[in-house]
Design a protein around this ligand. Structure first.
Ligand SMILES: NC(=O)C1=CN([C@@H]2O[C@H](COP(=O)(O)OP(=O)(O)OC[C@H]3O[C@@H](n4cnc5c(N)ncnc54)[C@H](O)[C@@H]3O)[C@@H](O)[C@H]2O)C=CC1
Ligand SMILES: O=C(O)C(=O)COP(=O)(O)O
Length: 616
């Protein structure tokens, strides 16, 4: 083996990731690797934990029906807001679907403990109370749309609940609505329509303004913002955009210049809002921003009501700074009947209709149904909002290493005897790949799962792994070792070390003082290749007995015959020794769990100095 050379020391894994969404082409493909799935606990049943890559699908093939029509063994999905028929049909193929629209917060809390997944749109607040009320059963929240500001992501993550959204299917609908509001506002369509229907013929009152040649500033140059930009360019507008995170090249490609917020505010004739509602964008358009705007500016909002300080907008409208506004979204939805902004004569309003086209709703329903059923099956969701999203090709090549990672974590923690508690787990990835060519988030999560689950009753998954480690005061640090050789295989080996603890099997402590286990993937199967300073080679399946002994003839036979007497089948054996006839470590794989008496007998074999039984 080529000599390894230490390279980068990666950051400790104690943060939650908000990820860039994968392109649509990845949506269906991310299915080769399963998320660690909680097997659905039937009422009264002991909960079982399934591990990554081996998790059984939550649904059974032909389960019996209950009197209520719900099929036992199938997960239950609560659809709390109207969802397109095609999406519902997809959900029904896989799950019991409870469509209960218009639930009060109390009703939602009461129902949620019976549900594995919840699907909402923008009208349902999924707060911490909902996750707490679910009693741990809720595994997936699907947002049938883009904005997830109505879902408490931190609470979801803490409860190990995956949040997925449908990020692409309503983009065009929202952009078209933005353009409709822009043009409708400029020509007073809504006001003129109401006036004519009220019997007036007010041609002079409703003289509009032209769009051509005017400057439109788009705030938030993401999916919707860029589609609005394309359309506005087609209308002959000069389009600029402000978005601190957008690519200038992408903007340039559609003829849009990225500018500062200051420039957008001071030069725009029209401003269209397309950013998400976050603490940073909350009330982004406030008195200070309005004061900078050109007198007579016109504003469109199809993003979120909260990005505008609505009272400040009323002031700006009254002062004539803002000539008109067209709003699809409001801080409080629905707004109060006497809401000043809604009733303002220079304001056009729609009741959050941006995503409401027939086409978008069918698309969103299918997109979310696929994401939710995929997540319930344990697949890594491509539109996960609170978990790492890893491209399909990366997933499939990492799959065996994911299993290895969890087993190494599980093994290492079972070797701990005591000490000051587990505070520090160091993971070393040996790979011929460049550090930025290997995404280890998945592996780190699985090692965390392996370390934490045997010592607690917490269910750890990709969503809550970092959070759970942090909460338990366990620092997971990662290091990379750059190997010589072909970068075709993602990893040569993984080493897991637990520092500052005593071990039940002192030989597992390396010269540097940590419990150390190391493994590789061979022919797609995880193998344990090192324990402490001893090199072994056993496939990590079933259970394992580790013995330290004096290296002498007949040892394999002695242990084998004790196990044979109890009808415990030995699946493999490997002996690692420092030098002939000195100390050796024997690793024995067993298919059945030996009885205590058998283990005692093994311990009584004279040459055996220490031994431990471990479940993989
Ligand atoms: N009215 C409706 O029915 C609909 C509303 N929406 C809303 O439209 C908004 C945009 O949706 P998408 O384009 O799909 O999302 P997206 O994530 O593709 O784009 C959002 C963009 O906002 C940018 N951004 C973030 N912080 C910013 C800041 N401080 N200043 C300027 N830009 C910032 C991001 O970099 C990103 O490029 C969301 O709020 C979404 O909820 C989306 C669909 C329908
Ligand atoms: O997708 C979004 O962000 C929207 O605002 C659409 O909301 P809706 O699904 O129509 O309640």
């Amino acid at each position: 083996m080529a000599a390894p050379s230490p390279t980068t020391a990666a950051a400790a894994g104690t943060t939650t990731h908000r990820n860039v969404l994968l392109p649509a082409s990845h949506h269906r493909a991310a299915s080769s690797l399963r998320l660690p799935v909680r097997a659905r606990a039937a009422p009264g049943a002991r909960s079982i934990r399934a591990s990554a890559a081996t998790a059984p699908p939550a649904a059974t093939a032909s389960p019996p029906s209950s009197a209520s029509g719900a099929v036992e063994g199938k997960p239950t999905v609560l659809v709390a807001e109207k969802l397109g028929a095609a999406g519902l049909a997809l959900l029904r193929e896989f799950a019991n679907v409870d469509c209960s629209y218009g639930l009060s917060p109390e009703e939602l809390r009461a129902k949620i403990s019976l549900c594995d997944a919840l699907i909402v749109r923008s009208g349902t607040k999924v707060g911490r109370d909902v996750f707490e009320a679910s009693g741990g059963r809720l595994r997936v929240v699907g947002r049938a749309g883009v904005g997830i500001d109505n879902v408490d992501l931190a609470a979801a993550t803490e409860h190990g609940c995956l949040v997925v959204n449908a990020p692409t299917a309503n983009t065009v609908a929202a952009a078209e609505h933005g353009i409709a509001l822009l043009a409708g506002m400029a020509r007073n369509i809504a006001q003129a329509d109401a006036s004519l229907k009220a019997g007036k013929w007010a041609r002079n009152k409703y003289v509009g303004v032209s769009l051509v040649g005017k400057t439109l500033a788009i705030l938030g140059f993401g999916k919707v913002g860029s589609e609005v930009a394309r359309r506005a360019k087609g209308l002959g507008m000069h389009v600029i955009a402000h978005d601190p995170y957008a690519s200038a090249d992408r903007a340039r490609a559609i003829g849009v210049e990225l500018v500062s917020m200051e420039e957008a505010m001071t030069t725009a004739d029209f401003i269209s809002l397309h950013m998400p509602l976050t603490p940073a964008t909350n009330k982004m358009l406030n008195d200070e921003a309005f004061a900078k705007m050109k007198k007579g500016v016109r504003i469109v909002n199809v993003a979120r009501g909260g990005v505008i300080d609505e009272e400040a907008l009323v002031r700006a409208l009254d002062a004539g700074i803002v000539a008109q506004a067209a709003l699809d979204v409001f801080t409080k939805e629905p707004p109060a009947a006497d809401d000043k902004l809604v009733l303002h004569e220079n304001v056009t309003v729609t009741p959050h209709l941006g995503a409401s086209t027939v086409e978008a709703q069918e698309g969103v329903a299918i997109e979310i149904a696929e994401a939710v059923t995929g997540a319930l099956r344990g697949e890594l969701a491509a539109s996960a909002v609170n978990a790492p999203m890893v491209p399909a090709e990366v997933l499939s090549e990492l799959a065996p290493f994911v299993v290895l990672a969890e087993k190494l974590g599980r093994l290492a923690v079972q070797l701990v005897a005591g000490g000051g508690g587990i505070k520090s787990v160091k993971v070393t990835y040996a790979s011929a790949r460049a550090p930025d060519d290997l995404d280890t988030r998945l592996l780190r999560a699985m090692i965390t799962k392996g370390v934490i689950e045997p010592i607690s009753d917490v269910f750890v998954n990709l969503v809550n792994a970092d959070f759970t480690a942090k909460q338990r005061g366990i620092r997971i640090s990662e290091e990379r070792i750059l190997m010589d050789g072909s970068p075709e295989t993602p990893l040569d080996h993984i080493q897991v070390q637990i520092a500052n603890v005593e071990s039940k099997f002192p030989s597992a402590i390396s010269e540097t003082g940590e419990i150390t286990v190391e493994g590789k993937v061979k022919d797609g199967v995880p193998h344990l290749t090192k324990v402490g300073a001893f090199e072994v080679d056993v496939s990590m399946e079933g259970s394992l007995i580790l013995c330290r002994q004096v290296d002498q003839p007949g040892m394999i036979g002695s242990v084998g015959s004790v196990l044979g007497e109890e009808n415990v089948n030995v699946s493999f054996m490997s002996v690692g020794r420092i030098a002939p006839r000195k100390r050796a470590v024997m690793a024995i794989g067993v298919d059945e769990e030996p009885s205590k008496a058998t283990l005692t007998k093994i311990g009584e074999i004279p040459a055996i100095e220490e031994f431990v039984f471990l479940k993989l």
